[in-house]
Design a protein around this ligand. Structure first.
Ligand SMILES: [Zn+2]
Length: 345
């Protein structure tokens, strides 16, 4: 039996629940590809899968990891779009491809939508098998590690800013946690669309990095109330759009930071998901609160084209060996890094 190493969670808990297991080498079925993983990117989603989410059942045991890049290693029957040896980026959302949502390009709304490492085995392994529709050519100017740092957060940030908030040139966008994966992507995409960007970060050093990425102003939320800083930086008006993924710790301030008619898009709640909302504030200020999970495959293909053209860039904090995935989870949860963590098998 041919085998591979895979980082598996069998029961929920701390990083110690991650086990490097030996598994049978998966075989691609019709329409599928087997990828030799060269790099796997981490996301906060991985830590939720590991810890567990009340009221949600994950199909354990599960191989962690939604993002990855690697080389096509075996091709299933009927696949014409890829060949052995192709260097690819994995697209993390798997969908049926034939329902009304999929045909409309809204694959995250597919009833069968499944994220690698969340609803089916993921990328933190020597190999992963995916549908042929879940790979795209690796941008030639990116390393495998850089490419693996992009898909989930960039497609999420793109969907939030472009699809949901419909950001326009000249608008002002507040991006929370500019050093996070979604934050570092959102700063760049908002600038690409001609917006003015205010980013928050948790230290002077992280603020400087956010400015390097293109933010017009950075707010050290440990030193200053960010909603007050937003009012100061916008002449009292507030921002047009808030990119919210912090949750309980920031949500009320995010609503206060919005100008009349502003839009808040939320894709996560790393500090907790139960928040109080002043409905008076929502209706008197004509606010919109928009939810977002993941993003469309075609948008991710656009992101990768823009990366190839050097107009968007991954922010890679650090790479570790796959065997040190537990340590990588600890670093992610302690918010010790600016940008993305990647593990290499
Ligand atoms: Zn579908």
């Amino acid at each position: 039996m041919q085998t591979m190493r895979a980082a598996v969670v069998e029961s929920h808990g701390g990083p110690e629940q991650i086990r490097l297991a030996t598994r049978e080498l998966p075989q691609p079925g019709p329409g599928e590809l087997r990828i030799r993983v060269r790099a796997a990117g981490l996301n906060h989603l991985d830590t939720w899968v590991r810890r567990g989410v009340p009221g949600h059942t994950f199909p354990l045991p599960l191989v962690l990891g939604s993002d990855g890049a690697g080389i096509v290693d075996a091709v299933g029957a009927g696949v014409r779009s890829a060949r052995i040896g192709d260097e690819i980026v994995l697209l993390p959302g798997v969908s049926c491809g034939v329902c009304a949502a999929c045909l409309a390009g809204e694959d995250p709304l597919c009833a069968d939508y499944a994220i690698l490492g969340e609803a089916r085995d993921g990328t933190c392994a020597d190999y992963v098998v995916v549908p042929a529709a879940n790979v795209a050519p690796k941008p030639t100017n990116l390393s495998f590690a850089e490419a693996a740092a992009m898909p989930l957060v960039f497609q999420t940030a793109w969907s939030m800013l472009v699809r949901k908030a419909a950001v326009r040139p000249g608008e002002t966008v507040l991006v929370h946690a500019g050093g996070s994966g979604v934050g570092s992507a959102a700063i760049q995409i908002a600038k690409l669309f001609g917006a003015r960007v205010l980013a928050t970060a948790g230290s002077a050093e992280k603020c400087a990095r956010a400015i390097d990425l293109g933010a017009d102003h950075a707010i050290d939320y440990r030193a200053e109330d960010f909603a007050k800083a937003v009012r100061r930086l916008t002449g009292g008006a507030g921002v047009d759009v808030v990119i919210e993924h912090v949750g309980a710790a920031t949500f009320d301030g995010s609503l206060r930071a919005l100008r009349r008619g502003g839009r808040l898009v939320t894709c996560g709640a790393t500090t907790g998901g139960d928040v109080g909302i002043s409905l008076h504030r929502v209706f008197f200020k004509n606010l919109s609160i928009l939810g977002n999970t993941m993003g469309r495959k075609d948008d991710l293909l656009r992101v990768l084209q823009l990366a190839d053209a050097g107009r968007l860039r991954p922010v890679l904090a650090r790479t570790l060996p796959l065997a040190e995935l537990r340590e990588a989870h600890r670093l992610l949860e302690q918010r010790q890094v600016f940008g993305k963590l990647v593990v290499e098998p």
